[in-house]
Design a protein. Structure first.
Length: 277
């Protein structure tokens, strides 16, 4: 199953919806399309002449080119939708907006609903528990994107979009600092003893304690391997993140109020931005 990652600006959709239980999804979603879209607006598809405000909105906004699955109290809310072009929102239709987001995009070919349901099963069973966790995938909502053409054709294309956060580079420390720019890490990677001596002298003077060149070895804060004594067991930020089992401080609910983290981000705007994603 192939996936591509894209960033999209804020998107607002217009459409109508019903609530469906997850265990009935593969039956009820096609039924909703058939009854509340294909049959209900059959005359519109034949004449392309809207007879009322709702049909006008369907035509102008391309309602039917998208579907939204949004978590609801008793299952999920399933929307038949189109990209909102502005203007009045008639009774019976509603708006649904996504903020500017990164998306994981999965595509397939084949007659629907079969091809889309097969893809959806693969996304939930294979991608979400694995790669999806690394990208902080939002399981509360997904977007289905349909193409023009014959939905019964073997060449018909459609896709499923899942909101994600940027995956955090493994060299970004828990606090947001970039380990790849740290001279201790550079000395380790290049086995540069002259740089180790320089860093040890600078850090000794800065911290008022003796730091020897032999201590200047670090693979990276979040990477398996050797660490400087401070990074290994003395850094309060790293110890806190390890105890909470989080990827970085950006995943912590106390990030914006944490005094320990502010010792870094208070003087380093880039570190803060990396954590915010």
């Amino acid at each position: 199953m192939e996936v591509i990652y894209e960033k999209k600006k804020e998107m607002t959709f217009i459409g109508y919806h019903t609530e469906i239980r997850p265990d009935e999804a593969y039956q009820k979603c096609p039924e909703f399309w058939e009854k509340e879209y294909a049959m209900k607006y059959a005359k519109l598809w034949q004449t392309m002449e809207p007879a009322n405000a709702v049909e006008k909105a369907i035509s102008e906004n391309g309602i039917g080119m998208y579907a939204i699955c949004a978590e609801a109290e008793n299952g999920f809310s399933y929307w038949i939708a189109g990209m909102y072009q502005g203007g009045d929102v008639p009774d019976g239709l509603e708006l649904y907006s996504f903020p500017e987001s990164n998306w994981a995009v999965f595509s397939t070919k084949g007659p629907i609903p079969g091809s889309l349901q097969t893809l959806n099963t693969a996304v939930w069973q294979d991608w979400f528990p694995n790669e999806g966790q690394k990208y902080h995938a939002n399981a509360a909502v997904t977007l289905e994107v349909y193409s023009a053409g014959d939905p019964n054709s073997a060449e018909y294309e459609c896709s499923i979009w899942v909101p994600v956060r940027n995956r955090v580079n493994e060299y970004i420390a828990y606090c947001g600092l970039d380990c790849e720019t740290c001279e201790a890490h550079i000395a380790t990677v290049n086995n540069d003893n002259d740089l180790r001596i320089k860093v040890a002298k600078e850090w000794s003077e800065l911290n008022g304690v003796e730091i020897t060149p032999e201590m200047i070895n670090c693979a990276g804060c979040r990477i398996e391997g050797v660490k400087t004594p401070f990074c290994d067991s003395l850094c309060p930020i790293r110890q806190c993140a390890l105890s909470k089992d989080i990827e970085t401080c950006g995943d912590c609910s106390e990030m914006d109020t944490c005094d320990k983290l502010k010792m870094i981000t208070g003087n380093n705007e880039e570190a803060f931005k990396r954590l915010k994603g």
